[in-house]
Design a protein. Structure first.
Length: 114
């Protein structure tokens, strides 16, 4: 985003999703939630973005295939972004269930108050 290789809106959309997931992860952990497994959508989104960003960089280089790199970056990046946001939505009920389960585990270990 700094040198213009990646479109600003695209980079911001990726960063917003990552900040939301990281913040939710830290909050859930602090509240005692169980661990949440990653989803296929999350993995696919990450893969798409990991392919897209180097291709965006290549598209603004002196490579002979820079134009092709930009097309490939969009082909990988848009589905990666979509899958990333789908996984974000999918993590909401998973996170709530992990929080309920973690609190239930903790309550069963502590036992009733005397």
């Amino acid at each position: 985003m700094v040198d213009g290789s990646c479109p600003l809106w695209f980079g911001i959309a990726v960063l917003v999703r990552e900040v939301l997931v990281a913040g939710a992860t830290l909050a859930l952990a602090a509240l005692g939630a169980r661990r949440i497994d990653v989803t296929w959508f999350g993995k696919a989104g990450t893969f798409g973005l990991m392919v897209a960003f180097p291709l965006f960089l290549a598209s603004h280089s002196t490579l002979g295939w820079a134009d092709t790199a930009e097309v490939l970056a969009w082909i990988a990046g848009i589905p990666g972004l979509v899958f990333g946001y789908i996984s974000l939505v999918m993590y909401v009920p998973l996170g709530l269930e992990a929080l309920r389960a973690g609190r239930a585990d903790r309550a069963s270990r502590v036992g009733p108050a005397t």
